[in-house]
Design a protein around this ligand. Sequence first.
Ligand SMILES: *Cc1c(COP(=O)(O)O)cnc(C)c1O
Length: 496
Amino acid sequence: MIYFIILPYKNHHTIIRNFLKVNNIEIIQQLQELSHLSNRLDMQEAERNTITDAVTSYTNHFIAGLKHVKGFQQNELNSLAIDNKKKTIEELLSIYQKEVAENGINAASGTHLGYIPGGGVFTGAVADFIAAVTNPFASVYYASPGAAMVENEVVNWLKRVFSFPESATGCLSSGGSISTLIAFTAARDKHQVKNERVRKSVVYLSEQVHHSTQKALRIIGLEDVLIRYVPLDSHHRIQVDALEQLIAKDTAQGLIPFLIVATAGTTDTGAIDPLNDIADLAKKYHTWFHVDAAYGGFFILTSRKSLFKGIERADSMIVDPHKGMFLPYGVGAVLIKDISATLHSNYYEANYMQDAAEDELAKSPANLSPELTKHFRGLRVWLPLQYHGIEPFIACLEEKLLLVKYFRQQLQERGFWIGPEPDLSVSYFRYPFEKDADRKNQQLMNEIHADGDVFLSSSVIEGKFVIRIAILAFRTKKETVDRAVAMIERCLKKVK
Ligand SMILES: *Cc1c(COP(=O)(O)O)cnc(C)c1O
C-alpha cells in the first residue's frame, strides 16, 4: 500500500513487482517464525520416543496394578480443566491416573461385574495407536481402499459368525445404540413407515429390551408407533404364542405389524429370546425381524451356540465387539440383509464427493451409516483377531459362562436367593430378608458400592430390587469371583 502512495507516478508493473517482492519476503519470514512453533506438533523422533516410553511404562504399571485395584472408587476432580499452560507427559499421566483411571468403575479390571463390563484387550489399543498415527480415511473406498476393506472384512467375518448371507451388508459403529439406529432406519425405509403410517405401525418388544431400542425409535421419528410389550416366560424370554396373539389381533384391527425386536442376551437377565420361532412369525406376518445381540452375540461361538438358532433369519442384528470381544469402548456392528434399504437411508451423492462416486457403493462404509469422517475402528477388531486368532476369545467366553455358574453356586450355599439359570453370563440375586427385603437389599447394594472391592450393579426385576452380576470382562477369573463373594458376605453383615 505504502508504495502506491509514495511512488504514485512510477511504472505500474514495477510498483506491483516491488510490492509483491517485499510482501513475499514478509510472508517467508512469517512462515519461518510460525513453523518454529507449529513444528512442535510434528515432533522429532527423540521426543516421540520420550513420550511413547513414558506411556509404555505407564500402561505397564497400570496393567500390573489391575490385579489388586478396586472395582470402584471415587476421587475428586481438580486438575482436568484446560488452562492453556503446557505440561509434561509425566504430569499429564499422573493427573490421568488419579482423576480418570482411578476414578469410578475400573472397566479395564476384572472386578467390573456391573452393567455390561468392558475390556480393553491390549492389541485393540495398539491398533488404535496405529490407526491414529497413519490416519487413513476409512469411510470411503476410493480414499483408502485398504482401510475400507479392513472394515468390510470385519463385517464379512461377522456375517460368517452369524450365518448371514454374503449378500447382506453392514458396518461398524460406535456401539449398540448407533447400530440399532442404523438397523431401525433401514427397517423404517423398507416398510415406508412415514406420515399416517407411523401411527398404525406396531413394534413388538420384550420388557427386557435395552432402552436404546425405544430411544432409537424416538430419534428416527417413530415416537408415535404403537409399542406392544410381549409377555415373558419365567426365564424372561418372549412368549411366542402371546406374540402371535398380539400380532393377529393388530392385523385384524387394520394395524401394521412392522417390527419385532428380539434380544440375544438381555442386559438385565442374560436371556435369549426364542429366535427361530420369532423368525417364523416375522415371516408369516411380513414383519421386519431385528435381533439385539449387543451383549450376547459372541456367545454364539461357544457351547451355547444352539440357543442362537434363528439369528441368521433376522433382517438385521447388532453386536458389540466392545463387549463380547473385550475390545476398547467405541466399536459396535450392525448387519442388515436389505442393502437397498440401507443405502436408501444413508447414501448421498455430493459434488465434493464426486471422485468417490464411481466405486461400488457398499464398499464405502460412509454409504451405510450416518457417519462420514470417523475413527478407523475396523483395525481394532481386525488386528486382535489376526494376531491372537479366535481361540483365546472363545476360551474367554466359555470361562465367563462357567464363572457365573460358580458364582451362583457360591451364593446359593450362603443362603441367597438367586434368579433363574441364565442363558449367558448375567444373573441376579437378593438376600431373602424376612422383612423389608427391598429396602434391605438396596442397603446391601449401597454397602457393596461403598466397599468397592468388586463392582456390581442393581436392577428391578418383576417389581423386586435385585443385585446383578454380569461377568464379561476378559480379566475376570475365579479369584475375582471369590473376592466378590467375600465382599458380599462382608457387606451383608452390615445390613440390619
Ligand atoms: C449395551 C447394550 C446396548 C447398547 O449398546 P452401546 O454399545 O452401549 O451403545 C444395546 N443392547 C444391549 C442388549 C446391550 O447390552
